[in-house]
Design a protein around this ligand. Structure first.
Ligand SMILES: Cc1cc2nc3c(=O)[nH]c(=O)nc-3n(C[C@H](O)[C@H](O)[C@H](O)COP(=O)(O)OP(=O)(O)OC[C@H]3O[C@@H](n4cnc5c(N)ncnc54)[C@H](O)[C@@H]3O)c2cc1C
Length: 499
């Protein structure tokens, strides 16, 4: 059996794990990152819609089960950098209110174990680390910030600017998307049409490998084991993790350390804890209160394609504005969410879902469409849950929550889009397999009866076990999650005693 060890062992090299490695390296701590996947190759296929979308080139063959036992292919990427290798690099902060309890007509979005002010300095650090370009003065709903953005907002292309001008006439405030790309002077970003959902062939996207793990590895305190999957966490009688067990390049491996951090992504982190059951932990390690895997969230999301047959959309880099006017209040006293442009969709990408439509028709539609994402908050409920079968396969029980808010924001978005000239609007509502924003399966909190880890990610029950990924989220807010995951990791790295 192979063996390895380090002061801190991190499972997973995505947004949570990669950023934590960077933060710990700065403190001079020796870190071993264990990643089940390999480096994602830079190759022509990176920018092929057919390879990336229809061919699922960078997705694993994993099949997960829904509540009825039906199989689905999850939106996960097992590569160095995790899901950030293909993400859209939209990196907004959650709002101050998102860290407090919010009551919706359909239920409660729970408070975080700390306030916005406690994480704010780490948001600034994360924005600098991930080269976030943004503006401080165009979004009236933005929370206060101690630092301006290091980089200016991305300029809007002429087609997008016309939409913004028309939206302003409708009384809303389109604001710059906070984007993590390398557009500083001398930067490598060319603002191409293959950013959102594609790997970057130029290394210009601010993913966790490029911005955090790579620099951490170069510094000397951090090592990375690729193609190494952790299958089990073993503990001693004294409620300490003693080793991780798994497979490296097909051979068994055991890894020991002082502290062990799970950053395998919300579903895999919970699954790893649940698979690690024994006589002392019959419900899985660190799971006496049976909360591991519960409170699974993934946002209520819908993609829209809005068609104006009279205007050709010749944009290349489309994702430059969002409308947050309805974030805190949809006019009825309750929060709504965010309306965002997404990367320009090509006909062949539409074909992944509109399988029966001829490509020529989809291409014609794509030349006249503007694509958006409407995002609202889903709620943490214990019955939305990740579990594992006796053979270890992941099961996701998921029903939509708080969906009336989503319907309302969709209706408002339709109205706005029609008012600015779009006469046809197609919707694609996210289904269980579109779980790219999943979170909440091992929530952070002060109360050990209602949470799995404390406010700094340490297990309430196993002193040297931590969680540093989206599993920590007590509630999801309605902004893209990655910057918050990074800020959480930086806070964990700085404020925990890792001795
Ligand atoms: C197409 C797409 C677009 C997105 N766009 C955006 C966006 O614009 N903005 C935004 O904020 N968010 C976006 N997201 C979501 C964002 O990427 C995720 O929220 C974020 O990456 C999650 O971070 P994480 O650390 O929780 O998990 P991940 O980044 O998924 O990392 C988990 C890592 O753990 C590894 N791993 C899993 N199991 C094991 C194991 N047993 N042993 C060893 N290693 C393991 C995985 O291989 C992976 O590398 C997008 C996601 C997708 C898929």
């Amino acid at each position: 059996m192979h063996t390895d060890s380090a002061d801190v062992v991190i499972v997973g090299s995505g947004m949570g794990g990669g950023t934590l490695a960077w933060g710990l390296a700065r403190r001079g701590i020796s870190v071993l990152v264990v990643e089940r996947g390999d480096y994602l190759p830079r190759e022509p296929a990176n920018w092929s819609p057919e390879e990336v979308f229809s061919g699922r080139r960078y997705k694993p063959p994993d099949l997960w089960l829904n509540a009825d036992g039906g199989e689905f292919r999850p939106g996960v990427h097992y590569v160095v950098g995790g899901n950030t290798k293909v993400y859209g690099a939209s990196l907004p902060r959650l709002r101050e209110r998102d860290f407090e309890q919010t009551v919706f007509p359909a239920g409660v979005s729970r408070a975080w174990p700390f306030r916005y002010a406690d994480i704010e300095p780490y948001y600034s650090q994360a924005e600098a680390l991930y080269r976030v370009h943004g503006a401080t003065d165009d979004d009236p709903t933005q929370s206060w910030r101690s630092q301006p953005f290091t980089y200016p907002a991305l300029p809007h292309e002429p087609y997008v600017q016309v939409v913004i001008d028309r939206l302003r006439k409708q009384g809303v405030h389109p604001s710059s998307t906070a984007m993590g790309v390398d557009l500083a002077p001398g930067g490598s970003c060319i603002r191409c049409a293959t950013c959102d959902g594609f790997p970057c062939r130029l290394g210009a996207k601010s993913d966790a490998e490029t911005c955090a793990l790579g620099p951490a590895l170069a510094g000397g305190n951090v090592r990375l084991l690729t193609n190494t999957r952790i299958d089990r966490i073993d503990t001693s009688d004294r409620n300490q993790v003693t080793r991780l067990v798994g497979e490296c390049e097909g051979e068994p491996i055991q890894i020991t350390g002082g502290s062990y951090v799970l950053a395998a992504g919300a579903a895999n982190t919970a699954a790893l804890m649940l698979r690690s059951f024994d006589d002392r932990w019959p419900k899985g390690v660190g799971n006496s209160n049976d909360l591991v895997g519960r409170n699974y969230m993934m946002h209520n999301n819908t993609h829209l394609a809005a068609i104006d047959p009279r205007r050709k959309n010749d944009v290349i880099f489309q994702k430059t504005f969002a409308v947050n006017d309805f974030y805190d209040d949809m006019g009825d006293g309750f929060p709504g969410g965010s309306i965002q442009l997404i990367g320009k969709v090509q006909g062949s990408m539409m074909k992944t879902h509109a399988t029966r439509a001829p490509l020529s028709v989809l291409n014609r539609l794509a030349r006249h469409s503007l694509e958006l994402l409407v995002m609202t908050e889903d709620l943490p409920v214990p019955t939305n849950q990740v579990s594992v079968t006796p053979t270890g396969q992941i099961v996701v029980r998921w029903e939509r929550t708080n969906y009336d808010r989503h319907e309302l924001l969709l209706a408002k978005t339709h109205k706005l889009l029609r008012a600015v000239g779009y006469i046809g609007i197609f919707e694609q509502r996210f289904t269980i397999d579109m779980n790219s924003h999943m979170c909440g399966t091992a929530v952070g909190g002060a109360d050990r009866d209602t949470s799995v880890v404390d406010g700094l990610g340490r297990s309430h029950e196993v002193a040297n076990l931590f969680i540093a990924d989206a599993a920590f989220f007590p509630s999801s807010g309605a902004q893209n999650p990655a910057l918050t995951i990074a800020a959480l990791s930086l806070r964990m790295a700085a404020e925990n005693d890792w001795a």
